[in-house]
Design a protein around this ligand. Sequence first.
Ligand SMILES: C[S@@+](CC[C@H](N)C(=O)[O-])C[C@H]1O[C@@H](n2cnc3c(N)ncnc32)[C@H](O)[C@@H]1O
Length: 187
Amino acid sequence: MSTVNYVKCFLRDKNVASITPTSPFGVKRVCKKIDFTQANVIVEYGPGAGVFTEYLLKKMRPSAHLVLIERNKDMFKCLTKAFRNERVHIFNDSVENVGALVNGQLPGKPDYIISGIPFSYLDQQTRQEIIHQTHQILAENGKFLAYQTFYQKDDHLFVHLEHFFRNVKSEFELLNIPPMRIYEAVK
Ligand SMILES: C[S@@+](CC[C@H](N)C(=O)[O-])C[C@H]1O[C@@H](n2cnc3c(N)ncnc32)[C@H](O)[C@@H]1O
């Protein structure tokens, strides 16, 4: 997706939430937490212009599958054009419905779920519901890797992750506009 089209999506849809896609530093920092030699199924919440998607597809094993869930129609259309690949499954839907969406549709339980959706825009109940469903669909020892802007409060995401996951850490990546807070939650 061109920069102009990305900015148009940002201006029309508040859920796009960030005026620029994640930087290559941010993408690498999050994806460092993935063991690509083991991952069979990876799910991405809110792929946007596909900067993570592109990186993941380069790193994943040829037999591994990638599932994208993007609610913005224009971004969904661009993703379907950019990633015509039988390993990529793209849904134009909200992650609020992830449990029903992936039910029986995947070759296995996801080993990793990566998320760029803005949890701070959601109410507490919706945050909890998404994190609960995320925990349920992940494989044992699977990881939920979420990234947000650096100034997020703990009750936007961290406390909900701690409620459902056995091990939760967070760190910052400064080489992004704006800097990002990265969460790693292990089932
Ligand atoms: C901050 S952008 C991140 C885009 C991209 N992953 C990146 O790192 O550059 C958030 C993306 O999540 C999508 N999104 C927001 N809320 C969503 C939801 N509830 N379900 C699915 N996608 C959502 C937006 O349309 C947007 O593409």
